[in-house]
Design a protein around this ligand. Structure first.
Ligand SMILES: C[S@@+](CC[C@H](N)C(=O)[O-])C[C@H]1O[C@@H](n2cnc3c(N)ncnc32)[C@H](O)[C@@H]1O
Length: 511
């Protein structure tokens, strides 16, 4: 007998997005830094609990073609939406099942990665407990679970807003009316409660500004759900320990680094923190944290949390930072500025840093293994191998650049092409997603990317069978192609080349 569906999610479906930090490639990277040998992501069995329509799991399956991925969700409408997307992609390594988390038993088998994003805080205690038990019973010996949840103390403040919005919404029947009315209430409060020297007014003002940009489905499920049960990190961890799981790390790895905090805070932490669990809890107090993405593994796995350079050397690195016009200067100590999109620009003076970023930019979005990168940097700077910079020091600097958000890091390779080949092949999931969302797709680095109309039309054609002239012929003769070409004065071949290079840079082309 089918499990009863989830009417609230059937009525207002959740927009199902990718979460890069829940990708096994990233989870395995964190595990390797903490001395744990995680199962190889490509080849792993992956389970997602509360997968909605598979916006996280389906692109994951494409990027890990030898893995086997199963998503479970209570909402039949969302599962049906996801199944249609899987069918459109033709992927054979991913499936979705309408079922309750409460139904998952040993017949499902064991999994190397169990992912549960945006569910734990929104379900009754019984389901929360089941999520942890599934992780405890169904993980392989070196398997890893990723669970995100809302945390205290940050959610105490957000909880005030939620209480008021829910009270007001409960006076209306229709979800659309409830959403509109709860927005309206917050706006009136934000406008009328004085915000100067008044923390309550400031919270209202800031929150109403933030919520203005949020979609209806987000307000409905984030603020109007019946269940909402934020916890302190220490409470979550004692529940996890109760079923034999231990803390591996946080998906947001940089949040674990104490040296990112002001010196007084670091000193206070040294005074009060007995172990990593205490430290993490006190850091939440300092930050008023609202959300965590915690990685758990079996309690008997031996971890060494000291990140040393031997752990960095086997990793690969990537960066999309571009040198800004007019600042190209590799010579010693002259400053170069690098930037990308809306991110703040960074200034780099030392030749090795500049050469590394330029080398990574040429390879982007491919991840370059640390040792290969070192060799390419030496070549670029014409260093002799016997130069004073040791491999050890180079690895240290890579870690430093990672902590400054200059580079990305990965324990395994991706399938991205740095450039469009003769017959470019676009991500099959992104191409299928275009039908429902012509301007937003998921790339091969597991991030949502926005596309212009012309790029979308070109991407839709990239099934690996068309060369440039076939692309041009199609664009000139089909209705969609002609629409995309309207208002463009640049020659077609040039527009195609620009679109292909943007698609490669957006990590949408396969090697
Ligand atoms: C807030 S949404 C999060 C969806 C997705 N994981 C994400 O983060 O985008 C929560 C999801 O959990 C599902 N859910 C709630 N209770 C469940 C249960 N007992 N078993 C399976 N899925 C459940 C809902 O149907 C919904 O799709």
């Amino acid at each position: 007998m089918p499990t009863e569906s989830n009417p609230r999610y059937d009525e207002v479906p959740y927009q199902s997005n990718p979460f890069a930090r829940s990708h096994p490639r990233w989870i395995a990277t964190i595990a390797s830094l903490f001395g744990m040998q995680a199962p190889a992501p490509d080849g792993a069995r992956i389970l997602e609990l509360g997968s909605a329509s598979g916006g996280n799991l389906i692109p994951m399956a494409e990027s890990l073609p030898r893995s086997s991925c199963l998503g479970v969700d209570l909402s039949s409408r969302q599962i049906e939406d996801g199944k249609r997307l899987i069918e459109a992609t033709g992927l054979g390594n991913v499936s979705l099942k309408q079922a309750s988390i409460l139904d998952i038993d040993e017949s499902y088998g064991d999994f190397d990665y169990i992912i549960c994003h945006g569910v734990y805080s929104w379900v009754p205690r019984e389901v929360q407990q089941r999520i942890l038990e599934i992780c405890s019973k169904r993980l392989t010996p070196n398997g890893i679970a990723y669970i995100s949840y809302n945390t205290l103390p940050g959610w105490r403040m957000l909880g005030m807003l939620r209480d008021m919005m829910r009270f007001h919404a409960s006076r209306f029947q229709e979800p659309a009316k409830q959403i509109a009315q709860s927005r309206a209430l917050l706006n009136v409060l934000a406008k009328t409660v004085p915000s100067q020297d008044n923390p309550y007014g400031m919270l209202l003002k800031q929150s109403s500004e933030q919520l203005q940009h949020k979609a209806d489905w987000y307000i409905y499920h984030e603020h109007l759900e019946e269940e909402n049960d934020p916890v302190y990190f220490h409470e979550f961890m004692s529940r996890a320990a109760g079923v034999g799981l231990q803390f591996l790390g946080e998906g947001e790895l940089l949040s674990m680094l104490k040296n990112k905090l002001p010196e007084e805070v670091q000193a206070a932490l040294r005074e009060v923190s007995g172990d990593i669990l205490h430290t993490e809890q006190y850091m939440d107090f300092f930050r008023n944290r609202t959300f965590r993405e915690t990685l758990l593994c079996r309690a008997d796995v031996r971890l060494t949390r000291r990140i040393d350079t031997d752990r960095i050397k086997p990793l690969a690195f990537a960066s999309d930072l571009e040198p800004q016009a007019g600042t190209m200067a590799l010579a010693a100590q002259s400053e170069m500025t690098f930037g990308s999109g809306n991110r703040p620009t960074v200034r780099v003076s030392d030749p090795i840093g500049k050469a590394a970023l330029l080398t990574l930019r040429d390879a982007w979005p491919r991840f370059v293994p640390a040792l290969e990168l070192e060799a390419l940097v030496r070549k670029r700077l014409e260093f002799s191998p016997a130069s004073s910079q040791t491999t050890q020091e180079f690895a240290d600097r890579l870690w430093g650049w990672f902590t400054q958000r200059l580079v990305l890091m990965s324990a395994t390779q991706t399938q991205c092409a740095s450039r469009a080949g003769t017959r470019p092949l676009g991500s099959v999931v992104a191409r299928a997603q275009l039908q429902a969302h012509p301007n937003q797709v998921t790339n091969l680095l597991h991030r949502a990317v926005m596309l212009g109309a012309f790029e979308s039309t070109v991407l839709a054609l990239l099934d690996g069978s068309r060369d440039r002239s076939a692309l041009a012929a199609n664009l000139a003769t089909t209705v969609a192609g002609r629409e995309a070409l309207a208002n463009g004065s640049v020659p077609l071949a040039q527009r195609i080349e620009t679109a292909l290079s943007r698609l490669a840079s957006a990590a949408l082309l396969k090697a």
